[in-house]
Design a protein around this ligand. Structure first.
Ligand SMILES: NC(=O)C1=CN([C@@H]2O[C@H](COP(=O)(O)OP(=O)(O)OC[C@H]3O[C@@H](n4cnc5c(N)ncnc54)[C@H](OP(=O)(O)O)[C@@H]3O)[C@@H](O)[C@H]2O)C=CC1
Ligand SMILES: O=C(O)C1=N[C@H](C(=O)O)C[C@H](O)C1
Length: 267
């Protein structure tokens, strides 16, 4: 039985991940925590996430729960996840990080810590559908190698803190790799007298509103035709299922950085 700790237990994803752990064989919740100012601290985690009492209190730091667990599942905030990875580098527990919004430097530090000290699954989107979309986008970029302008549009709920989504950046990275480009080709918004569109750029546009769970479309726009590849998540449970699957998979792996393609056997 894999022993899991959930960071950000009172959050939108934390709650769905705990529900999913309860419903999944071979994994159990042994600890949950929030930041010290959270009103969830000190409460039974079951009550916090809308389940019967579980006899596990939401603690106010990773240090208070880390000894009991084998894997930490972290969907919190960029600075928090980096701090949790730093703490965990002294313990060597497995980690699953779904948080987005990292700077390049933050992500590099997390990956370095994992390579030195613990196995990590880090992915900006843990749904099966998006991980298949990465493959479809890669293939489409290879086939439509000339004469097609590539634009990514993402839409999320009004409470999302970072933009563009981590998934949109990951999609852009897939395309850039096929093209041999770097992220200087990413064009995040357009306004004013911008002139004609250069061929060698990837547009990335953001929509925020209401309760949209998460939608991504990649446009390949040519002359006389266009392809649109779209993924729509209608429930956070799709991400939570992926995170729990990753947690069960990563325990016992050698230290290092893995992604959902490793977990799903898509490599
Ligand atoms: N990889 C994937 O598949 C997915 C990734 N995400 C990403 O996951 C992250 C969380 O999303 P979501 O659940 O919607 O956001 P929420 O804000 O609902 O949840 C984050 C939780 O973490 C808490 N938190 C903040 N700092 C700390 C800390 N230092 N220690 C412990 N807990 C902390 C927050 O508390 P408080 O609210 O009080 O600040 C909150 O309860 C985002 O970066 C999002 O983009 C989301 C969905 C899928
Ligand atoms: O914040 C969210 O909600 C989501 N964030 C992820 C991202 O930034 O890519 C994944 C998902 O689309 C939901």
């Amino acid at each position: 039985m894999v022993k899991a700790i959930v960071a950000g237990a009172a959050g939108r994803m934390g709650g769905r991940i705990i529900h999913n752990i309860v419903q999944t064989e071979g994994i159990e919740l042994v600890g949950a925590f929030e930041h010290p100012q959270s009103p969830a601290v000190g409460k039974d985690v079951g009550e916090v996430v809308g389940l019967p009492k579980m006899g596990i209190v939401v603690e106010d730091s990773l240090e208070k729960v880390i000894e009991a667990g084998e894997v930490i599942i972290d969907f919190t905030f960029h600075e928090a996840s980096l701090n949790h990875a730093r703490i965990n580098s002294k313990y060597g527990k497995a980690m699953v990080i779904g948080t987005t919004g990292f700077s390049k430097e933050e992500l590099e530090e997390i990956h370095r810590l994992a390579q030195e000290s613990f196995p990590l699954v880090q992915a900006y989107n843990m749904s099966t559908g998006i991980n298949l979309l990465y493959k479809l986008v890669e293939l489409t970029a290879q086939v439509l190698s000339e004469g097609f302008d590539i634009e990514i549009v993402e839409a999320h709920h009004r409470l999302k803190k970072d933009a563009p989504s981590g998934t949109a950046i990951a999609l852009a990275n897939v395309i850039a790799k096929v093209k041999g480009w770097d992220d200087s080709r990413f064009r995040f918004c357009r306004q004013g007298l911008i002139g004609e569109r250069p061929e060698e750029e990837i547009g990335i546009q953001t929509i925020r509103g209401g309760d949209i769970v998460g939608e991504h479309t990649v446009f390949f726009a040519g002359i006389g035709e266009r392809i649109e590849l779209t993924h729509r998540a209608s429930s956070r449970d799709t991400f939570a299922r992926g995170a729990v699957r990753a947690a069960k998979w990563v325990v016992g792996q050698p230290k290092g950085v893995y992604d959902m393609h490793d977990v799903l056997g898509l490599k």
